[in-house]
Design a protein around this ligand. Structure first.
Ligand code: UDP
Length: 240
């Protein structure tokens, strides 16, 4: 039967920074629980949800590369491992409120999570399970935003929903330009040419090439995640 909601299958990107909130540790359990509750409410309605988690709350490869001789690739592998920690935390939180959840990692860690197998991920989604993709793309020099775009295309999800700490995409940097305003919609091309720094270029061009719309929205506002997943207007829609 046709889904009554706008999207049948979504890819939710949760950055590490968003998971941290204002908690003094790396993860704020209130935030993971809020995410779990909102995801639970929409999976019950039949929308399939896959999640890509970031790791920036624990380790960001680019800011450590070069430190004490750490090369970029090694730093990035540590960053990817950080995403696995977030994924397992989120999985445990989701399962504690009864949402069956699987973590799939981009490189093997079979004792803690399944390896990424596309067809298996799709099968989990079809069965109503949430799938969390961890370890980014599995390659250094990439980001979890790019992993979100890639996995979205691979599993035929219809949209990337990027949960952030800001309300959406602004016409300029609101910290330096007081005239900057929140955009309702914006084209991929504008994001790229005006360097609106919402996602890195690799991620945004991958979305553009595959006609994947991206919704950028604030995770801190109550019900925003479920609204975004159900296709209600929140934040900024990047498309066309
Ligand atoms: N990373 C990587 N390849 C990927 C995804 C992530 O090397 O495909 C590493 C990179 O070092 C990055 C870190 O993992 O800094 C954490 O991911 P990201 O910065 O994208 O997390 P977020 O900003 O969403 O918290």
């Amino acid at each position: 039967p046709k889904q009554p909601y706008k999207w049948q299958r979504v890819l939710l990107k949760v950055s590490g920074e968003a998971l941290a909130g204002d908690h003094k540790e790396n993860i704020d359990p209130k935030i993971t629980m809020a995410i779990a509750r909102e995801v639970a409410s929409v999976t019950r309605l039949g929308v399939e949800v896959a999640i890509v988690v970031g790791g920036g709350n624990i380790f960001r490869g680019s800011s450590w590369a070069g430190c004490s001789g750490l090369d970029r690739s090694s730093a990035d592998y540590i960053g990817m491992l950080a995403t696995v920690m977030n994924a397992i935390f989120l999985q445990a939180t989701m399962e504690s409120i009864g949402i069956p959840t699987r973590v799939q990692t981009a490189f093997r860690m079979s004792e803690v999570a399944e390896p990424y197998i596309r067809r298996r991920a799709v099968r989990h989604l079809e069965k109503g399970r949430v799938v969390i993709f961890a370890a980014g793309t599995g390659n250094p020099f990439f980001t979890t935003d790019t992993a979100a775009a890639l996995r979205c295309a691979e599993i035929n999800a219809e949209v990337v929903l990027k949960a952030t700490n800001v309300d959406g995409v602004y016409s300029d940097d609101p910290r330096s330009n007081s005239d900057a305003h929140l955009l309702d919609t914006v084209s991929y091309q504008e994001v790229i040419s005006r360097d609106l720094s919402v996602m890195d270029m690799t991620a945004i061009t991958l979305c553009q090439e595959n006609n994947i719309p991206v919704v950028v929205f604030n995770l801190a506002k109550p019900n925003n995640i479920s609204k975004a997943i159900l296709g209600e207007r929140v934040g900024t829609l990047i498309g066309g």
